[in-house]
Design a protein around this ligand. Structure first.
Ligand code: SF4
Length: 703
């Protein structure tokens, strides 16, 4: 006991307040208890009013990720064939020198564009991307990446209509009398909104949920519309038609604050309630009821999620949905308007902190990474640096991507916290700190808070931060910014970014750990904040907006289902992972959710082993039959790791690499599949599975 007390004194026992930067709108304040230098508890803090002492189970258990068996602790180089993940430990000096020399060679031989940074949100902190990484890759003249795997179509829609006007904060939802949750499941990915929606319902608000699944909130909704994936656009257009045709369009608001109302009305004109209901697999009476509610109840708020963007019509669907508060005149009152991502809320107040000019090098869309790695020439990609991202688990057309990663003439660096599916193809693996081991800033996209993140434990193993590693590489390549003569530390980078914030925000972050932008914590749309478009108006039909839809803005592209592949496969966020982060902690084979009638039609029983397939690939998993999902739709979790299926192939192997109508986004929910049972046989009274895991050939393709 005496010894323990001494140890306690030596190491200290404390609770540190920090914040969660992970890819979730809520941006909680955290209270992290540390004992003897190790995390013993992660709980909710109270500095951010939205958190209010409560956090999700994912981050409550984040220590399992920090200290888990898959955690990368040392730099290492590949010693076996690509795909095997066999590694030999090396020193940081050896690893960085190898990477720097490869970058130098590739750049001299083929030009900077033969180098590609492949990254997305990662921990989502403001310092882990677009700081020293941008300084390095810009100075190298590397190819640029279109970071489009998520939020690109909704972002393009919000930008085009409103210039990304700040949205209704979740804390204002209890003021609403009608809440529409469209393509979002806050129970999995924004838990604090659930409580506020329930509070609004207690105050008398009506709730409408649009989702092919019976989500937890859908169970409590006054109206649940099981929209068929990819048809949200026609549902929204039918509402517009109803508003215009029945005298519910707010003509005064439209005349004063919008452009393009007449063109939008014309695009909506063909979409009667009956026609839209038939295409979207809805009961026309339910759709008519939704239209009546939206027309007649105020304050009304539209929570536009990201589920509706992941298909060929996703950008126009988001535009049509975001246009509904304008046409129905829902703005100008607390609890009325729309919520989308608030990630741009701070933009007018932030100065650029990257010194290097952005070179006009080619742009590669990350949703077509398989094609980029196998087909691009002049120059072909010779070096890919993967960070903040696990592309094998998160990008479309998985088998094509793996064919690219397996190229012997491709040098791949993976810089991550754990040994991901992508790390299995790496030539060099670098261990990365988590947000509990280094400084960062976290900007909420659900509320308006910006919070300071502090290291609460020492870096695990030899892991290092993004800022440090990219700065060190820049130094080795003689590409440091003018402000630095040697590699910059995390604290120096933090101070540099803080110095580019408004004085008040910087002071609030350094003294209280949390800052709010000058417009305040809960602005009312069209009272405190207005569209950030060129003329301050809502552009309901932005004429020069580039679109891939052959027939122009708001045109519907039909369902890609065929007789061979009739089922729509969706892969929504789950309660276990944040995108693919923490996917290594899943221990069970994934369940395909399927409507019981669709299952019966295929002779399936609950928990059968099934083969989900199309021409791009196949996934072997178990099936869960219920009425919690609409007929014609099946669902597997987003961000699955390969070990979570029986044949090491995930839903991304079934997703096409086609692009959305706006923004170059991913079309995960355009995967159309068939499902069959993997047969069992009974032998002397014992059931024997005839399932044999499909082999993976040299190209990485699963057969
Ligand atoms: S993932 Fe979201 S809900 Fe969970 S702790 Fe982070 S911000 Fe809060």
């Amino acid at each position: 006991m005496e010894h323990d007390e001494e140890e306690g004194l030596k190491w200290g026992k404390s609770t540190v307040e920090t914040a969660c930067p992970l890819d979730c709108p809520d941006n909680c304040t955290l209270a992290v208890s540390v004992e003897r230098g190790k995390i013993v508890k992660i709980d909710g803090g109270t500095s951010h009013s939205l958190t209010n002492g409560y956090i999700c189970a994912k981050v409550r258990n984040f220590a399992d990720h920090v200290y888990g068996d898959d955690r990368l602790k040392y730099p290492a180089v590949r010693k076996g064939p690509k795909g095997k993940g066999e590694l030999t430990r090396v020193s940081w000096d050896e690893a960085l020198e190898l990477i720097a020399s490869k970058m130098r060679d590739v750049r001299e031989r083929s030009g900077g564009e033969a180098i590609l940074p492949l990254c997305y949100g990662g921990s989502n902190g403001m310092l882990t991307q677009d700081t020293t990484d941008a300084e390095l890759f810009r100075r190298l003249g590397a190819s640029r990446l279109a970071r489009t795997v998520c939020a690109a179509p909704t972002g393009a829609a919000n930008q085009a209509l409103y210039g990304k006007m700040p949205g209704v904060t979740f804390q204002d939802y209890p003021q609403s009398k009608l809440i529409v949750i469209w393509g979002a499941n806050p129970s999995s990915s924004s838990v604090h909104l659930v409580k506020l929606v329930r509070e609004a319902q207690k105050n008398g608000a009506k709730l409408v949920v649009l989702d092919p699944r019976r989500t937890p909130l859908a169970k409590h909704a006054d109206l649940h519309l099981r929209v068929h994936p990819g048809t949200d656009l026609v549902v929204a257009l039918a509402l517009h038609r109803y508003l215009f045709e029945n005298g519910f369009a707010d003509q005064r608001f439209l005349a004063e604050h919008t452009t393009g109302a007449e063109q939008l009305r014309a695009k909506a004109e063909p979409w009667t309630i009956e026609r839209a209901a038939e295409i979207s697999h809805l009961d026309p009476a339910d759709l008519a009821r939704f239209a009546e509610m939206w027309a007649s109840i105020s304050p009304a708020v539209m929570r536009c999620g990201w589920g509706l963007e992941r298909n060929r019509n996703g950008g126009h669907a988001a535009m049509a949905i975001l246009a509904l508060p304008a046409v129905a005149g829902k703005f100008g009152v607390r609890g009325g308007g729309y919520s989308m991502s608030n990630s741009a809320a701070w933009k007018p107040y932030l100065k650029n902190w990257v010194d290097a000019e952005e070179p006009q090098t080619r742009i590669i869309n990350m949703n077509q990474m398989g094609q980029a790695l196998t087909d691009l020439r002049d120059p072909k990609i010779e070096l890919v640096f993967v960070y903040n991202c696990n592309p094998v688990a998160t990008l479309p057309d998985q088998n094509h991507l793996i064919r690219g990663l397996i190229r012997e003439d491709l040098f791949t660096v993976v810089f991550d916290q754990v040994k991901t599916d992508t790390a299995m193809y790496a030539d060099v693996v670098l261990p990365n700190t988590t947000f509990l081991e280094s400084y960062d800033l976290a900007k909420s996209y659900g509320s308006y808070a910006m919070q300071m993140i502090k290291p609460v434990i020492d870096a695990v193993g030899e892991s290092r931060s993004n800022m440090e590693v990219f700065s060190e590489l820049a130094a080795r390549l003689d590409l440091l910014p003018d402000r630095a003569t040697e590699p910059e530390s995390d604290v120096e980078i933090l101070l540099n970014v803080l110095n580019h914030l408004p004085d008040e925000a910087r002071d609030a972050l350094t003294t209280k750990g949390i800052a709010i932008p000058p417009m305040g914590p809960s602005p009312v749309q069209f009272v405190d904040v207005f569209p950030r478009t060129s003329d301050g108006k809502v552009h309901l039909h932005p004429e020069d907006l580039p679109t891939l839809a052959p027939e122009g803005l708001y045109s519907y592209q039909p369902d890609p289902a065929t007789e061979k592949y009739p089922l729509a496969l969706i892969s929504p966020a789950s309660e276990k992972t944040i995108s693919s982060m923490m996917g290594e902690l899943r221990t069970r084979i994934a369940m395909l959710h399927m409507n019981a009638e669709d299952g019966a039609a295929r002779g399936l029983e609950d928990e059968d082993a099934v083969r989900v397939f199309n021409d791009l690939g196949e996934v072997h998993c178990l099936v869960r039959l219920s009425t919690d999902i609409a007929r014609g739709t099946v669902s597997l979790p987003k961000g699955l790791w390969r070990k979570s299926t029986m044949n090491r192939s995930t839903p991304n192997a079934l997703a096409p690499d086609t692009l959305t109508d706006l923004g170059g986004g991913a079309c995960f929910n355009d995967a159309r599949v068939e499902v069959t049972k993997i047969l069992d046989a009974t032998f002397e009274g014992t059931t024997v599975s005839l399932y044999v895991p499909a082999p993976v050939d040299k190209s990485g393709t699963v057969h």
